[in-house]
Design a binder for this molecule. Structure first.
Ligand code: NAI
Length: 328
């Protein structure tokens, strides 16, 4: 029998975690043979810890055979101890009238602490996935605090954007979802990110040919994918949670599956024109469980290059705003 994986999840009493934890425990993330121990972190606040106890009660009540242990804590040193995967979901939401720079800094403080502690106490093979927004920049901040763990261990999630783009293309073409392949997300997890439709295929043919409407691809398609988060908030009154949790299941599952090709925000995507120090979405191929290489073969036309330049600028601007938080 396999040794259980230790999976730390922050923001464990929040919306996304309420969809996420049950799928990790059921085997959706690491497969039906892999037992897990969930190490759940919340803020040191009575209400949050009480809510977390409720979630733990429900996890118990699912009687998941793969769930071999639950740790509940408000102390990151406990939650990240020996963790094989740390899923950084918890973040401070943007309050009314709050500037983006303040959001970046407030969240940056959380990720400096968490990056440092993960580096100190997590497992030898530790991997980190960041979901809490601004995800790319939070990931960069956490990685900058690590001395033991190299930057490639830290990834940020753009998979929700990829899944959204795939669904939109399938809908437009009127085909089954699985017919749409090779749609990858470049850049920031924000409305500036670029779903590179020119690389996508539908039923094995170039998506542009099948759709036959470049104005739609460059306009409405990019906009719908980029602003989908806001559209969900407008409709539901709450930000996307089940789909974000589902995307994280895909993100980690595919990073554990050699050969999988998928969009991940990583450091070092200079081949596509990204700054060497930011975390940008690009297509990667998983090599061995938890490791990957950037797929560098895709050509970019002028439209794609201008979109990438814009999302890269946003990432470097965010980096400048949190400069004082970055480790050296
Ligand atoms: P939520 O507000 O329902 O839950 C967040 C939880 O994190 C709260 O329970 C809070 O107490 C906790 N938390 C805050 N600071 C913490 C800390 N330092 N340590 C541990 N826990 C902490 O939010 P929700 O809906 O679950 O979203 C979480 C984050 O994910 C948000 O930042 C959201 O913007 C982001 N998000 C990212 C997406 C992506 O595609 N990358 C998609 C959707 C949401």
């Amino acid at each position: 029998t396999k040794t259980p994986l230790r999976v730390a999840v922050t923001g464990a009493a929040g919306q996304i975690s309420y969809s996420l934890l049950f799928r990790i425990a059921s085997g959706a993330m690491f497969g039906p043979e892999q037992p897990v121990i969930l190490q759940l972190l919340e803020i040191p606040n009575e209400k949050a810890m009480k809510a977390l106890e409720g979630v733990a009660m429900e996890l118990d009540d699912c009687a998941f055979p793969l769930l071999r242990g639950l740790v509940l804590s408000d102390d990151p040193r406990v939650a990240f101890k020996d963790a094989n995967w740390s899923l950084l979901v918890g973040a401070k939401p943007r309050g009314p009238g709050m500037e983006r720079a303040d959001l970046l800094k407030d969240n940056g403080k959380i990720f400096t602490v968490q990056g440092q502690i993960i580096d100190e106490v997590a497992a030898e093979d530790a991997r980190v996935a960041v979901v809490g927004n601004p995800a790319n920049t939070n990931c960069m901040i956490a990685a900058s605090k690590a001395r033991r763990l190299t930057p490639d261990r830290f990834t940020a999630m753009v998979r929700l954007d990829q899944n959204r783009a795939q669904a939109q293309l399938a809908k437009k073409a009127g085909v089954a979802l699985t017919e749409v392949q090779s749609i990858f997300i470049y850049g920031n997890h924000s409305p500036t990110m670029f779903p590179a439709f020119a690389q996508a295929t539908i039923g094995g043919k170039a998506a542009r040919e099948v759709i036959g409407d470049d104005a739609w691809l460059q306009g409405e398609f990019c906009e719908t994918v980029g602003k989908r988060g806001a559209a969900i908030i407008a409709a539901r009154g709450l930000s996307s949670a089940a789909s974000a949790a589902n995307a994280l299941v895909d993100h980690v599952h595919d990073l554990m599956t050699p050969g999988a090709i998928h969009s991940v925000a990583v450091k070092g995507a200079t081949h596509y024109g990204f700054d060497a120090n930011v975390w940008a979405g690009v297509p990667v191929r998983t090599t061995t469980p938890g490791s990957y290489e950037i797929i560098e073969g895709y050509a970019m036309d002028d439209f794609a290059k201008s979109k990438i330049a814009a999302t890269n600028k946003e990432l470097t601007d965010e980096r400048a705003m949190v400069a004082e938080l970055l480790g050296t």
